[in-house]
Design a protein around this ligand. Structure first.
Ligand SMILES: N[C@@H](CCC(=O)N[C@@H](CS)C(=O)NCC(=O)O)C(=O)O
Length: 277
């Protein structure tokens, strides 16, 4: 979704997006408070909170939302739907892209691109479990993510964005004045082209292991799992290994995965029901 979403897609997403749960503050009266012992005084380490601007139906956004939850980073999320081209947003982020985090220690105060955000946060908070420090292991994670963003994702976007009601990436035939037959041809060709890079993730990057990261999901696995979610909108027949891989990822990450995935799945169910009506 590189461009502003269409009006109908905006409406659909607003409907599909669940409202943020209201936060309730616990009140403890001085009278009721127990006597504080030296042991009780030691507060648990506060989880770092990150400010994240996001769009709920997007898998680029789902990626960072899953990662932040899985890493215990307590994301304070702002729904940017309909605001990415506002003067305020553009002043901070001229690329108008989400996910975007705000962090005073960054030279320009903000950072976009899902993979760069995960790499930065993993580096900053020492989250080696998701992004190994050893150069050779890290290189494989980086290679998988760059391959995804550079090769697999453009095919996924071309194949699914028309059905999702999202505008195409710049340069796509779907974004041009080309005849609808040409657009449909490009969409079908992209569907067919997904097979090869998908198989590369399985045979090369996973190489017999449960995840690209080995026995535990890495940031590359989160990026891949989220990406594959979109294929449901075109009823893409995922190979058996991919279905099992996605289920294993969700099982390992639990609510951290299921909650943001629920927003994407809810949106897909919504657009599919609209298409049937
Ligand atoms: N490669 C980027 C893609 C980001 C992207 O396309 N973001 C879209 C949502 S999926 C967006 O924010 N579009 C709003 C706009 O362009 O105004 C990433 O992985 O973060």
């Amino acid at each position: 979704m590189a461009k502003t979403a269409t009006k109908s897609a905006k409406k659909s997403a607003a409907k599909a997006a669940p409202k943020a749960a209201a936060k309730t503050a616990a009140k403890v009266t001085a009278k009721a408070a127990p006597k504080v012992t030296a042991k009780a005084k030691a507060k648990p380490a506060k989880k770092p909170s990150i400010k994240l601007s996001m769009l709920r139906p997007s898998v680029n956004n789902m990626t960072v939302r899953v990662f932040a939850r899985a890493a215990g980073l307590d994301p304070a999320e702002t729904d940017a739907w309909g605001h990415t081209r506002s003067p305020e947003f553009l002043a901070r982020n001229p690329a108008h892209l989400t996910p975007m985090i705000e962090d005073k220690s960054l030279p320009r105060g903000v950072l976009w691109e899902s993979c760069a955000i995960m790499q930065y946060l993993a580096n900053k908070h020492g989250l080696e479990k998701f992004y190994p420090k050893a150069p050779a292991k890290r290189a494989m994670i980086d290679s998988a993510m760059f391959y995804l963003v550079g090769t697999l994702y453009p095919y996924v976007a071309r194949a699914t964005y028309p059905a999702l009601g999202f505008p195409q990436y710049a340069g796509e035939v779907g974004h041009s004045d080309a005849h609808p037959d040409k657009k449909s041809e490009a969409q079908k060709a992209a569907m067919a082209a997904i097979t090869e890079p998908l198989e590369v993730f399985h045979s090369f990057f996973r190489n017999g292991k449960p995840f690209i990261g080995g026995n535990n999901p890495s940031i590359a696995d989160i990026r891949l799992g989220a990406t594959l979610e979109f294929l449901a909108v075109v009823d893409y027949a995922l190979p058996k290994w991919a279905k099992e891989y996605m289920a294993a990822l969700e099982k390992k990450l639990g609510k951290a995965y299921a909650e943001p995935a629920g927003d994407v799945r809810g949106y897909i169910a919504h657009v599919k029901s609209q298409a049937r009506a």
